[in-house]
Design a protein around this ligand. Structure first.
Ligand SMILES: [Zn+2]
Length: 385
């Protein structure tokens, strides 16, 4: 996936998109040497006709199949993708960097006594083991076995999964502080950090803290104003699965206008939800709807685009694009509504994930969509726990 904030990076030599394919290109035209990624993108679409270099068709296909979203206000940068590098033994420990010829030593920066493998870094280093014991991980089985994936899985699904996850993060942060800033974070301070993060994680995922209002019935949401109603949604088969987004636009009484869907490739839930928001708003603007109420069944994208944008956020570009849209001269409201009343958009987002189109608009409802739209327009009741 193209880093969302890379637009000034060199197109051919900036790491994307020909990182692997460039070996198949025998000749690079001199006109293309200084082209940036932004130079070959217009309106979020690849414009490869600007290239003088001939690219093999599989590479062209791969590039054109990569969704992009750039914003001129966002600097290029590297961001943590939240992916599973650790599970793939790809965390940049000293052992890995040494094996790749990037470091002279593979010695653990903490104990200076062993090769810093991932298991050593996260579990077996005496310093780290002391921390785990201080956190109460005193079962001998916790320290047995050499399969990182098994160990992570047991920790992530064990009785102290929140504490385990928080400790993993802070072990890595403390290790990086030592390596990069020569700063030692002592165990007692780490424990405080880990317990605080554990409490935060627990508060986010604990059902006991949610406001339980019991079951109730909900319906689709007609508007009294003349605003058009845009329902958008993103759908992914888990994080880093095949993902899609989509939306449906209706008049205030629920009568049909159009719908759209797109495939976001292998991506995260938050990315497809932001894509749904961005492309839905952009399509409404392009159709000159000046009064729009956009419903979303997830609060996080709304929060991200409604607060000051962090330029280091992995999806800073698409967040900025949505914020730019919100500043334009139209009346737009973002609202959250429960998933049960967003069934049309949910259905379309799944169609988007199953399609091969990055983006497509439709003027006629599909076979499966029609009954959902009719149910919405008739304000069919849905039971919500
Ligand atoms: Zn060590």
């Amino acid at each position: 996936m193209l880093p969302m904030v890379a637009q000034r990076a060199n197109f051919l030599f900036g790491g994307f998109p020909l990182e692997r394919g460039s070996t198949f290109i025998l000749y690079v035209d001199i006109h293309d040497v200084h082209l940036t990624i932004a130079d070959v993108i217009q309106d979020d679409t690849w414009v490869l006709g600007r290239l003088y270099t001939q690219h093999p068709s599989p590479i062209v296909k791969a590039i054109c199949g990569t969704p992009v979203c750039l914003n001129g206000r966002i600097q290029d940068g590297f961001t943590w993708k939240g992916n599973l590098d650790v599970c793939h033994d790809a965390a940049p420990t000293r052992s890995l960097l040494h094996n790749r010829g990037m470091l002279d030593t593979n010695n653990c920066p903490r104990c200076l006594n062993s090769s810093e493998s991932i298991m050593h870094c996260f579990r077996d280093c005496p310093f780290v083991k002391h921390l785990w014991l201080a956190l109460g991980f005193d079962n001998i089985n916790f320290y047995l076995g050499n399969s990182l994936a098994t160990w992570l899985r047991q920790g992530a699904f064990g009785a102290n999964n929140h504490l385990f996850s928080a400790a993993l993060l802070w072990i890595w942060c403390a290790r990086n502080s030592l390596c990069m800033e020569n700063e030692i974070i002592y165990i007692f301070f780490l424990k405080v950090k880990i317990y605080n993060l554990t409490a935060l994680i627990r508060s986010v995922f604990s059902s006991t803290l949610s406001t339980d209002i019991g079951g109730r019935y909900v319906t689709w949401h007609p508007e009294e104003s003349m605003a058009v109603v845009l329902n958008v949604d993103g759908n992914g088969f888990g994080n880093f699965g095949i993902s899609g987004f989509g939306g449906v636009v209706c008049r205030n009484d629920g009568s049909w206008l159009y719908w759209f869907a797109g495939n976001a490739g292998i991506s995260t839930i938050i990315h497809v939800e932001l894509s749904a928001l961005y492309y839905g708003l952009k399509a409404a603007w392009d159709r000159e709807y000046m009064d729009v109420i956009c419903y979303f069944d997830s609060t996080l994208p709304i929060q991200l685009v409604s607060t000051m944008m962090n330029p280091s956020h992995h999806y800073a570009a698409i967040i900025s694009n949505v914020q730019d849209l919100l500043q334009w001269s139209w009346n737009i409201q973002l609202k959250h509504f429960v998933r049960e009343t967003n069934s049309s958009a949910d259905f379309i987002a799944k169609l988007g994930a199953a399609s091969s189109d990055i983006w497509r608009e439709f003027l006629e409802p599909s076979e499966g969509l029609l009954p959902l739209l009719q149910a919405d327009a008739q304000q069919e009741m849905h039971y919500r726990d």
